[in-house]
Design a protein around this ligand. Structure first.
Ligand code: GLC
Length: 793
């Protein structure tokens, strides 16, 4: 496990941290980051959030229905509680937390290493160094906290190690809202034989949570109030002041996993204590594994397996470009974030509380795209789950909850269409056309259809549910959750959905050709052309495309409007869908740049609304420049990048890519505030006083789409039905770059040379030394490596 550590002096060289490329980690060098900088542990089943000071919480498969550790969102002091450890010097009674929080003693050194699936935090105080690594062993319903304590002083030290894991009632909404009930039924006890505390509700209907340690327990507390003491907090527990826990049991109230281990360390000596937190149907089923993970070598092995898992995960696509920030993101961090969004959609982060939103239909359908190159089989499993949430009429539930599978909320005009793209992407990657024939039930037990039928119903729904201009109805909202135009008449229409439908029709037509359903392909080609003509007839505003028509038929996103004159998505998707051709495509991209580009990214629309307007809804609840109201909605930026590559503008696409690349903000964190190793959802826009401030890091479609924009369109290597397609659109200044990509069982080492300084265009392609026709690399399926040389020109 990592051991390197910065001293206080070295800390000054970086603002809040830096990338350690050798170890695939980001190292946070100060605990007082402007927001908690987090990491996810677990691979989509048991897991949780860990901040750079040990804050955060856990859940078992579903953060709403199966919460394990509790968290107090948006509270003060911020970022509490967490997976806390205290080290106490017996002689002086002084104590500290190696994670800085919750004690907040000024540490002699501190480092938080954010790694793939683990976080390691090290802190020293008065000659004692504590280092804790948090991770979830692959496939396990438990997390491990591996603590190393080292005596760096010259004298023998008697120490105590205390722990703090605050249990949550399994249903997190009830834990917050029905305190009266939950507090009477929460119970916990210490099991001496297994060195474990078991927490459960009196009904015992949802299993048990547990806390366990391998250290010899000299005292323990299950009752939170007994450990903390009245009017104390996690910062100054009375147990630490007394030098002992009080061996409390919880008969009702709040429960914690708190144990005290006594250790003695000679100068230079180090010891390790392992803690476990997890979920089990009943205590008996947990004993064996608890014992297993009390052994140091088993824990070390689990950690190595986790490392191997991640090495393999990112190995399927690696790049070497002239841009080191791009390499860093594409080779590691962007892929890592894509997996987090794939695991948790928009359900659980520092901004989404893991109670209200489940797995978003449209969100997950896009997250799937970001992991397709590496785990297509898992992507397929999620596709099937989403298809089960589609209605027989073609539309879909907006979200579902992973533990129960229960769907929730409907009436969005775009959700169902995204799944067409996910399925197309899966087949292009895998070549698994048979999937189209798989029978999948529709939601609410209303029959079964093949995957192909599901897709056809999705496009039909939007083709037939149209308003007065013949465009798809706006419904409650489209991709933009905050444009809420339907006020009961049901005639509001979305120009963006029309364009998006055009793009999806192109996917559906291409797929129909592939499976030789030529009549369907022909039929939908006619529908596509009619749709595109309609959009150009009714939504072209003179210089750009309008965004919508409201429930009174008024135009939105037009030069005629005082606010919200131009919307970014209506321009980018006009290009992506082929609605805007040649001159119009150039015009809309150039006006988008002129009116909506900023140094931190493209804003979503301009000028922002300045006051609530019930005819438009959510977007007007935000102050100018915030979120969907003229903020930089990072998710929408890569769509413009892709549109630019379609026009051959490699320099422009790349400039947009750099503008929102998180590592470029590493040295202006006091303004940007959020983690520089993952994308955030939004950055406050130019009309906001805090222009440049980021929010909602981690769970955003920004992750998948920037990954696609960069790899598939700028670097230009993407899966197609026939094989791996090479179609770069890069900055003229790039002389060469490499991309290695595993695809359908073979690895392609692709070198792209650009001797004439072009943006786009290919002169020749050689595969294993032989020139091939065209730019689609053959499918080998031979488990071996192939060298590809592409010359642009
Ligand atoms: C949030 C939602 C996403 C939506 C976007 C724009 O990111 O999760 O579904 O498309 O906001 O409103």
């Amino acid at each position: 496990m990592p051991t390197a550590l910065l001293t206080k002096k070295q800390n000054k060289t970086a603002q809040y941290g830096y990338f350690d490329e050798q170890n695939n980690e980001y190292i946070v060098t100060r605990p007082d980051t402007p927001t908690p900088w987090i990491n996810y542990i677990g691979e989509g089943e048991y897991g949780g959030i860990v901040s750079n000071t040990g804050g955060g919480y856990s859940f078992d498969r579903d953060p709403r229905y199966k919460r394990i550790l509790r968290y107090r969102y948006n509270s003060i002091p911020m970022d509490r509680p967490g997976r806390y450890l205290y080290i106490r010097d017996v002689k002086s009674g002084e104590y500290f937390s190696p994670t800085w929080q919750p004690v907040q003693k000024e540490l002699d050194d501190y480092a938080c290493r954010v790694g793939m699936g683990y976080t390691t935090i090290t802190g020293s105080y008065l000659g004692i160094q504590g280092q804790v690594t948090y991770f979830v062993p692959l496939g396990e319903s438990r997390e491990l906290w591996v603590l190393k304590v080292k005596n760096n002083s010259n004298t023998k030290r008697k120490l105590q190690v205390y722990s703090y894991a605050e249990f949550c009632f399994y249903d997190a909404t009830i834990d917050q809202q029905d305190v009266d009930w939950a507090q009477q039924i929460n119970q916990a006890y210490f099991d001496k034989k297994h060195n474990s505390i078991f927490f459960y509700s009196f009904m015992r209907t949802q299993g048990y949570s547990f806390f366990s340690t391998n250290g010899k327990v000299s005292s323990y507390d299950c009752d939170r109030e007994k450990f903390l003491g009245r009017y104390h907090s996690e910062s100054n527990p009375v147990a630490l002041e007394n030098g002992s826990c009080s061996n409390s049991v919880t008969y009702r109230g709040n429960s914690v996993g708190s144990t005290c281990n006594e250790i003695e360390l000679a100068p230079g000596e180090e010891t390790e204590i392992i803690f476990q937190v997890g979920a089990t149907p009943n205590p008996e089923e947990a004993y064996e594994k608890i014992k297993y993970y009390q052994e140091s070598q088993n824990v070390a092995q689990a950690f190595q397996e986790l490392k191997r898992y991640w090495k393999n995960f990112v190995s399927k696509l690696q790049v070497n470009t002239p841009d080191s920030d791009m390499n860093l993101m594409l080779n590691l961090w962007n892929q890592y974030q894509c997996k987090s969004t794939f695991n948790w959609s928009r359900f659980v982060s520092m901004y989404q509380l893991g109670v209200r939103r489940g797995m978003g239909f449209r969100d997950s359908a896009q997250d799937i795209l970001g992991v397709m190159h590496t785990i297509p089989e898992e992507a397929k499993v999620l596709i099937v789950k989403l298809l089960k949430n589609q209605f027989i009429e073609g539309d879909a539930y907006h979200q579902y909850f992973p533990l129960t599978g229960e769907g929730d909320s409907k009436g969005y005009s775009d959700d169902h269409l995204w799944i067409v793209l996910s399925v197309a992407s899966y087949i292009k990657e895998s070549g698994d056309f048979e999937f189209l024939e798989e029978q999948i039930p529709y939601a609410d037990n209303k029959g079964v259809g093949s995957v192909f039928e599901h897709l056809q119903k999705a496009v039909d729904f939007s083709l037939t549910n149209t308003g007065p201009h013949g465009l798809p109805k706006a419904g409650f909202a489209d991709w933009n959750d905050t444009i809420n135009l339907d006020r009961g008449k049901g005639i509001a229409e979305s120009v963006w959905v029309a364009e998006f439908l055009g793009f999806i029709l192109l996917q559906f037509i291409e797929l129909s050709h592939q499976v030789k359903r030529e009549n369907i392909a022909k039929d939908y080609q006619i529908k596509y052309e009619a749709l595109v003509k309609k959009i150009n007839d009714v939504a072209w505003d003179g210089k750009w495309y309008a965004r919508a028509f409201d429930d009174d038929g008024n135009i939105i996103g037009s030069d005629q409007n005082e606010h919200g004159k131009i919307y970014l998505n209506a321009q980018s998707w006009a290009v992506l869908s082929g609605t805007a051709q040649e001159k119009r495509a150039k015009e809309v991209l150039s006006i988008s740049k002129k009116m909506m580009n900023t140094k931190y990214g493209l804003i979503l629309m301009y000028p922002s609304y300045n006051g609530f307007d019930h005819t438009k809804g959510g977007v007007t609840t935000y102050p100018p420049g915030a979120k969907e109201n003229g903020g930089i909605f990072c998710h929408s930026n890569p769509w413009v990048m892709i549109a630019e590559t379609m026009q051959g503008n490699g320099d422009q696409a790349y400039e947009y890519y750099r503008q929102i690349l998180p590592p470029t903000r590493n040295d202006s964190i006091d303004l940007y505030e959020v983690e520089p190793y993952v994308y955030c959802q939004n950055i406050l826009g130019k009309e906001h006083p805090q222009f440049g401030l980021g929010r909602n890091s981690w769970l955003s479609g920004t992750a998948a789409w920037n990954f696609l924009a960069a790899t598939n369109y700028i670097l230009g290597v993407r899966a197609s039905y026939e094989g791996l397609l090479v179609d770069p659109c890069i900055p003229k200044g790039w002389k060469e770059y490499e991309i290695s990509r595993t695809y359908r069982g073979a690895t392609y080492h692709i070198k792209i040379l650009n001797p004439k300084g072009k943006n786009k265009g290919i002169k020749s392609v050689k595969v294993d030394g032989t020139t091939i026709e065209g730019n689609v690399l053959p499918v080998f399926k031979d488990n071996s490596a192939h060298d590809v040389e592409v010359v642009m020109g």
